[in-house]
Design a protein around this ligand. Sequence first.
Ligand SMILES: C[S@@+](CC[C@H](N)C(=O)[O-])C[C@H]1O[C@@H](n2cnc3c(N)ncnc32)[C@H](O)[C@@H]1O
Length: 259
Amino acid sequence: MDRDGTASEASPEGLAEAPEAAGRVFGDRLPMAVRYTELLATAGVQRGLIGPREVPRLWDRHVLNCAVLAELLPAEVSLCDVGSGAGLPGIPVALARPDVSVTLLEPLLRRTTFLEEVVRELGLDNVTVLRGRAEEMIGKLAVDVVTARAVAPLDRLAGWGMPLLRPYGQMLALKGDTAEQELTDSRAALTRLGAVKWSVIGVGEGVLETQTRVVRVEAGESPGGVKAATRRAKAARAGRGGKGAEGAGRRGGAGRGRR
Ligand SMILES: C[S@@+](CC[C@H](N)C(=O)[O-])C[C@H]1O[C@@H](n2cnc3c(N)ncnc32)[C@H](O)[C@@H]1O
């Protein structure tokens, strides 16, 4: 990140010190989390990716609130953060869990530019930035876990996120107070999209004053439904390499090694 007013050595105005719980969440990666939070408070605000009023509450409402998702992740999974924006929740999760391979998926250039700069500056070797819309990635990207915060109502989000899952993967959506209602409203869509189980879970006990509420949707054998399965099969036949339909999910399935 260049320093012509986009980031400063001193702590940015209004940004609180890292809370004690941050040390427990990020361990020896705490300095990286501190730097990320500073970049959100400086370049992130200047480029319109974070509201200036969020600066005093970046740690609790954003960085820690997102990082506690790590509690729900099995070991060594692949994860795609759909609509990552300024990197939330993907970057805090990647910082808290170096074993997890994270793809930040975001369509807007201004945002992917920021994300690439952050990844480079922090030296985050478990993070890839991918520019595009979730619905364009079906058959090209397949992961164990999809995450999202503030991207779309649950039924629409599921239509984008479920087809990106490998069999038996899971979608984790940070939903706050609307979680139960959105689940109720989305049942038919979730079933159609190959979900076999769903629930609302609170995470962050002992870290956050108010726990983060997460909608967890678990996929069965054919996440995304018939159309997604067809597109995945076509992509596999075409033998796409790299982050192809099988390529991105390089590690164990989401059902394994839960912790
Ligand atoms: C309100 S922002 C939330 C950003 C971030 N997740 C957060 O919580 O701060 C919504 C983001 O979703 C992205 N987005 C919208 N439609 C999308 C789609 N179809 N696929 C992927 N990302 C999308 C937008 O570009 C935007 O960055």
